[in-house]
Design a protein around this ligand. Sequence first.
Ligand SMILES: Cc1cc2nc3c(=O)[nH]c(=O)nc-3n(C[C@H](O)[C@H](O)[C@H](O)COP(=O)(O)OP(=O)(O)OC[C@H]3O[C@@H](n4cnc5c(N)ncnc54)[C@H](O)[C@@H]3O)c2cc1C
Length: 440
Amino acid sequence: MALNVAIVGSGPAGFYTADSLLKADPACRIDILDRLPTPYGLIRFGVAPDHEKTKNVMRGFARTASDDRVNFYGDVDVGDALSLDELRGMYDAVVLAVGAAHDRQLGIPGEDKAGVVGSATFVNWYNAHPDFVDRTPDLDTSSVVIIGAGNVAIDVARVLVKTPAEMAATDLPAYAAEPIQGAPISDVYMVARRGPVEAKFTNVELREMGHLENCVPQVAAADLPDEVTGEMSPRDRRVREKNLETLRTFAAREADEKPKRVHFVFFASPVEVLGDGRAEAVRFERTRVENGRAVGTGEHFEIPCGLVVAAVGYLSMPVDGAPFDHRYGVVVNDAGRVAPGLYAVGWIKRGPTGVIGTNKPDGRDAAQQIVDDLGSGGGMPGRDGLESLLRSRGRRWVDFEDWRRIEDAEIAAASDGAPRKKLYRREDMYAVLDQQRAAG
Ligand SMILES: Cc1cc2nc3c(=O)[nH]c(=O)nc-3n(C[C@H](O)[C@H](O)[C@H](O)COP(=O)(O)OP(=O)(O)OC[C@H]3O[C@@H](n4cnc5c(N)ncnc54)[C@H](O)[C@@H]3O)c2cc1C
């Protein structure tokens, strides 16, 4: 009897798991459920709109979803449409691949003021996530502070300063492009608690900041050490040396070369967001790095700004019916095994770190564990049970053919050069499907 496996979440971790399972047990049947009508998780809602090539991985995922043994159930929230226990009652194995979609807090006074936003919220907004399209930030300011020194911080800075021409061939939605590109922003400060050697940028993303049409990168030469010191892998050392080299070229750039500037500010820890009801400045304490940790020096300074974006990491939320480790923000698991028949992969298993490909080994491990634990012995009703339960509750879902229709409508509506014009309201997506059905 075929093994019936449900994967909750259609981001990279979910798709890599499906892919590995199809190879590990060619007789299995896999159903991928997502709370959103659209597949691909952070590939659609995280990856920056001007990095279309990064999204090419979706093509391979689409091939997996189109396999006869795989079904997609979009707009099915596990925890709302049905419970995890109900799902486990219908499948031989359930794999949690729900990611970590929530903002980590700064933990400083004033962060609840208007004009302070987390990067998850901000990125979801400009990437047309259905739950965030109405969270328009107030961009009426000349100065923005981004707290954090990783690729997400760089993505946010880049999207804020790129010109309309630089963003034309992207899927940045018009409702975000208009306020961003019409904003009087001239200076973006990316502030890191530690130094350039500890910063987590990848070099391609950092170098890109030196080639923007209307914006020049700035960094204080005094913040750049002569060499990379400390214990680290040869690979990490290479990346950091390259980053230092790139930052040295930034230190030589003139502030008035272009109308906008992105300032890389190192050795500064946020202490408080200042302002009367809304953010007007961030107060920082200067730091020095001791044994890899930022230590306060007692010296303070302020950066005036009207918008603060906290890019300090992501958090998972507990999944009802699965044990949760609040300290590490992950589902309690032993190398991916959560409970008999229940597995975890991706950010909900490991925490929010790494790139798309980092999720691949998780998928391989989960597939192997499922085959090892269950053999090929199935017996649970799988999709027949799921569909009759959803129907009995009057729940509609988006299958993969439906998604292809939505995707085709997005591609057809795109202006010249843009890959797609994203639909971002559920009702608009269902309207596309209903119109096509009515047209026969
Ligand atoms: C802003 C940002 C930009 C990034 N850019 C890059 C990049 O350029 N290149 C790169 O290699 N990596 C990038 N990454 C990292 C990469 O996106 C992650 O490594 C990867 O997406 C994590 O995969 P995941 O499947 O664990 O989670 P996700 O991609 O978040 O997928 C989780 C899925 O689960 C669904 N889900 C959640 N709860 C439920 C529920 N209750 N029921 C059903 N479904 C549910 C969600 O809707 C989502 O589709 C970026 C990350 C972020 C945050």
